[in-house]
Each structure stands twice: as structure tokens, then as C-alpha cells.
Design a protein around this ligand. Structure first.
Ligand SMILES: [Zn+2]
Length: 421
């Protein structure tokens, strides 16, 4: 169905009825931000590799016992020659992605042209972020019986063992290999996985809804209005088109992206790939209006910002859209309980340590509140342009709030304890 843009929402008054939850702040709540791309992952997924690590990484690829390149294989298809060709092509692709892991996702002769035309960020289970891991190809077989043109390739990525500790699997990635002439091209399974998902259009949002989920057109209209009002408030262009995948849970979202399995510590999450005009949502409680991700999507259009890794961007998204399925008073109360029981959680630790969570997103939402109170929302734009280093964050906050950092940290703690932000 199609609906126009309706009445504006007040961003300061987000809905508070959503209630879904998971283990809160007890586990890591990392985000993976791929260098040079407007991609943001906001579920509790363990970051696979450090994309800032500039050390040369050569993927070590092994074959599982079911991947046979030495015998004739079953009669009629899956010959050793074909599997061997696919394995060689896949190794080439992994090496190519590892080589370009620090920059934007580059066009690849190993990947489907059609998917690359549709999506600049075409590899949704980004093997570039797994470049430092060992890879075992555990599966390479025809996708359908009696078809030798499309193969399923599954690869298990394992963190290399250190100090003789046991290896730790990190992701099981599925791609499809399709024969194009004399070559093999890989592609994401996203279209096949979502082939029977329902389609709805409301305003500029094209929803792709997993079977089993009901579509709420009224809430979709609120999502459109929310995005429009946000664009106006932050003086960025309105969104003209977005594909919004709505999944039941993080496992379904992972399958859509090509992760047969990936490390996760929550049941929900979201992903914004603004360069592809895509938003992935796996929070049924938020449904058609995953405001946190919509905020990331809209603010990605803001020029000259460090939106990809800016703490304030997370603060604004959490202020307007909540996090981990919680919003408004419930979120503030939960975070207050957390910080009261963890006196060692300080703003300095949040600022300095991106690799441990400590409620990073509500912590940033408190900063947002402090800035808005003191200088108004226009000052938030200045903070969105802040660099990612701890020193830059401290300096900018001190300048904007005209306070010593120690005073800012003390005020932050008072608000966090009181849950009044
Ligand atoms: Zn976020």
C-alpha cells in the first residue's frame, strides 16, 4: 500500500510504549563501522575484527571435509573441477576484500555486477571485516538439485588462537556462486531469502516484511513523518527512498545478510546502510518505526560530519529512538539502575574505551541532553563534526559547554544516577 507523508512528530516526545527486552548492559554492545562507508550496526554483535588495524592480513583458507575438489563428486553435477573453480574464485575474493578493508568497498570482478549496480555496499556479511581470521570453506554444493549453475558456499571464520587457547568461531557466512560465462560470480542471498517477504510502500519507505509479522500502516506513516521532521530539525535533505527490511529477530536479520550464524548477545538489533538506501530492523517491538536506525539514516546526510563513529550520533539516536528495545522512562530507569550498581562506570571510561560498552548509547544520550540544555539543538551539529579521538571529544564538549571536563563528568554522573535525562 502507499501512503503520503502525514503530520509531523515531535522528536522530543518519542513513543514510550515499546517494551521488548534482552539482557541489558551486562554484555558487550559493540558496533561495527566499516571504514569509508555509511554503515552502522546497532545490535549487540561482537565486532569481528578491528578495521583500524593496518597490519597486512593474508586470509588463511582451508577446506572442510565436505568440500571435495579431488574426486568426481556426485553424478551429474558438483564435479571436482567446478568446486575447485569456485574455491579458487572465493579465495581470490577474500584476498581482494582483505586488501581493501581499510577503505570504501571497491567494485569486484568476483561479485555479481547486478548486485553491485544496486548496492555500493554489496557484501552484507562483509568478509573484509573478517580479514584477520582463518577461514574454512565448509560447504560448496549446488543450490538446487540437478543445477550446476548456482552453488551455495559456506565459510566458517575463526579467530586465530592466541597463547594456545582454543580457536573461537566468529561467523558462518553464506554466499551464492553463480556461473557467468566461464567465470563464477558471488552474490548475497538477500533476494532469495526475502523472496516471499511481503512488500508495502508508505511514503518514501519500501517495507520488506518477514512472513509472520503483521504490517502496521499507521506506524509506518509515523516513521515517515518522524524522518521528515528530523530532517527539518537538523537541516538535512529529506529522505527520498529507503528499503526497510523488517525481520523477526537478529537470527533472521543475519540470514538475510548472509550470516548463517554470527556472534550476538541480544535477540534484536538494527543496521543502517545509507549508501544502499537500506535499513534493517530486527526489533518487532519497534516494528515499522525503528527510530534509532531512522535517526542514523537521516543524519548520515549531514555534510562534514564524523557520523560513522561519533558518540553524539549514538546519543541522538538513543534519545529519539531508544536502544536495545527500550525507550524513554524505561530506558532512563534501567540505565540509572545499572550505573548505581556499577560505581566504576564513569564518563571517562565510556569516552576512552569503545571496545567495552558500559551503556555507551544511553551514556551518549545524557551528553546530548547536557548540550541541548546548555546550548540548544544547534550545538549538536557541532558535536557531530567532532573527531573520534577521546581528546577531540573532551575538547569539543568542554568548548561547547564552557566547562572543565571534570565538571562535565561530574554532572553527567548526577544525571545518569538520577535517570532524569
Ligand atoms: Zn546506533
Amino acid at each position: 500500500m502507499t501512503a503520503g507523508r502525514s503530520a509531523k512528530l515531535n522528536p522530543a516526545n518519542p513513543e514510550t510504549k515499546w517494551s521488548q527486552k534482552c539482557s541489558f548492559f551486562r554484555s558487550s554492545d559493540y558496533q561495527t563501522v566499516s571504514a569509508g562507508t555509511a554503515v552502522r550496526f546497532c545490535s549487540c554483535v561482537i565486532s569481528c575484527a578491528n578495521p583500524r588495524d593496518s597490519a597486512p592480513l593474508s586470509p588463511r583458507v582451508a577446506l572442510g571435509i565436505g568440500v571435495d575438489t579431488s574426486s568426481s563428486g556426485p553424478w551429474g553435477f558438483a564435479s571436482a573441477t567446478v568446486v575447485h573453480e569456485i574455491v579458487i574464485a572465493w579465495q581470490q575474493y577474500l584476498a581482494e576484500q582483505a586488501a581493501h578493508r581499510l577503505g570504501p568497498m571497491v567494485r569486484s570482478q568476483c561479485w555479481s555486477d547486478e548486485q553491485q549496480r544496486r548496492w555500493p555496499y554489496y557484501d552484507f556479511a562483509p568478509t573484509r571485516d573478517l580479514a584477520g581470521f582463518d577461514a574454512i570453506i565448509v560447504d560448496a554444493r549446488p543450490l538446487r538439485s540437478a543445477s550446476a549453475d548456482t552453488f551455495l558456499v559456506r565459510t566458517l571464520f575463526i579467530e586465530p588462537s592466541r597463547d594456545n587457547s582454543p580457536p573461537r568461531p566468529s561467523a558462518l557466512v553464506t554466499v551464492h556462486a553463480r556461473r557467468i560465462g566461464n567465470t563464477w560470480r558471488f552474490e548475497s542471498p538477500i533476494d532469495r531469502v526475502s523472496a516471499d517477504w511481503k512488500r508495502f510502500t508508505v511514503g518514501f519507505i519500501h517495507y520488506v516484511v518477514q512472513p509472520g509479522l503483521e504490517f502496521d500502516a499507521a506506524r509506518a506513516q509515523l516513521a515517515v513523518a518522524f524522518a521528515d521532521s528530523l530532517a527539518e530539525a537538523f537541516e538535512v535533505p529529506r529522505v527520498d527512498s529507503m528499503t526497510y527490511y523488517m525481520a523477526t529477530d537478529i537470527d533472521a536479520l543475519n540470514l538475510l545478510r548472509g550470516f548463517q550464524w554470527s556472534v550476538s548477545v541480544t535477540s534484536g538489533g538494527g543496521l543502517t546502510v545509507q549508501s544502499n538506501h537500506q535499513l534493517f530492523a530486527a526489533e518487532p517491538a519497534f516494528g515499522e518505526a525503528h527510530r534509532h536506525e531512522i535517526v542514523h539514516y537521516v543524519l548520515a546526510a549531514m555534510p562534514n560530519t564524523n557520523n560513522g563513529n561519533n558518540l553524539i550520533a549514538e546519543g541522538i539516536a538513543t534519545w529519539l529512538g531508544g536502544t536495545l528495545g527500550l525507550q524513554g522512562p524505561a530506558l532512563r530507569a534501567q540505565y540509572a539502575m545499572y550505573v548505581k550498581s556499577h560505581p566504576d562506570v564513569t564518563l571517562d571510561r565510556v569516552i576512552d574505551r569503545d571496545d567495552v560498552d558500559w551503556g555507551r548509547r544511553p551514556a551518549a544520550a545524557i551528553l546530548r541532553r547536557m548540550v541541548s540544555d546548555a546550548r540548544g539543538n544547534s550545538a549538536l551539529r557541532e558535536l557531530l563534526r567532532t573527531g573520534p579521538s577521546s581528546a577531540e571529544r573532551r575538547n569539543t564538549m568542554s568548548r561547547v559547554l564552557a566547562k572543565q571536563w571534570s565538571s562535565i563528568a561530574r554532572d553527567w554522573r548526577i544525571l545518569a544516577d538520577a535517570g532524569t535525562w
